[in-house]
Write a protein that binds this ligand. Structure first.
Ligand code: G3P
Length: 217
């Protein structure tokens, strides 16, 4: 399973990248706004900075919702860097645009996916990635991980090449369960990635080793 970081925060991206386990980055308009990035040029420059920091796919989301707007915006985003993946919402014009991008050599990530039916449409349209939001499903009483299992079964049976990109991760256990369910990629906040490091027995064990090491220093 590939690891992406789900943020537009440059210091968090740097920290995850320095761990040596980062395969890419996903952003969205909310994450960009959180960083205070304003204006077309600043947004484009921010994406370029991320592309220059991380050697992997970088999702940049369109804000247009009509076919022509999505295509025009997506072309501009894709022109920033070869690693840009155009993130497109799961709407009717989004599906049409994903089909257009797939026929024109532009990688896409279909976002805001909450059902297997939506995932099938995205795969049929030729999306490079499809992003089920498991945390938001859990938040509203649905079962996000069940969707990952269902998608894995369908995509494998149907031989879809679209990668399952588990998104809206809330904790380290989500990451483990996504790996278990066969997600191709998990995009996570930095805290959830760092949470994977932690175990009290590791801390206790290390403390004891360091104390014992003093005995023969
Ligand atoms: O980037 C899309 C997704 O990961 C959003 O997560 O935490 O806003 O539900 P969240």
């Amino acid at each position: 399973m590939k690891f992406f970081i789900d943020t537009a925060n440059l210091s968090q991206i740097k920290e995850a990248n320095e761990l040596g386990i980062l395969d890419g980055v996903t952003t969205n308009p909310s994450l960009m706004a959180k960083e205070g990035i304003k204006g077309h040029e600043a947004v484009m420059n921010h994406y370029l900075t991320i592309c220059e920091m991380v050697d992997g796919d970088i999702s940049a989301e369109v804000v247009s919702t009509d076919f022509n707007g999505i295509v025009e915006e997506g072309k501009k985003l894709a022109a920033i860097h070869e690693n840009i993946v155009v993130k497109v919402p799961m709407i009717k014009d989004g599906i049409k645009a994903i089909k257009w991008f797939s026929e024109n050599g532009i990688k896409t990530n279909c976002t805001l996916v909450f059902s297997a039916g939506q995932a099938i449409l995205a795969a049929k349209a030729g999306a490079s990635y499809v992003s089920p939001f498991i945390g938001r499903l859990d938040d509203t009483g649905w079962d996000g991980l069940e969707l990952i299992h269902q998608m894995r079964q369908i995509f494998s049976l149907q031989n879809y090449s679209t990668e399952i990109l588990a998104a809206s991760i809330r904790n380290p256990n989500h990451i483990i369960k996504c790996a278990e369910a066969g997600a191709d990629v998990c995009t996570c906040p930095l805290d959830s990635i760092l949470g994977l490091l932690k175990h009290p027995l590791t801390d206790i064990g290390l403390q004891k080793f360091l104390e014992d090491a003093k005995k023969f220093a």
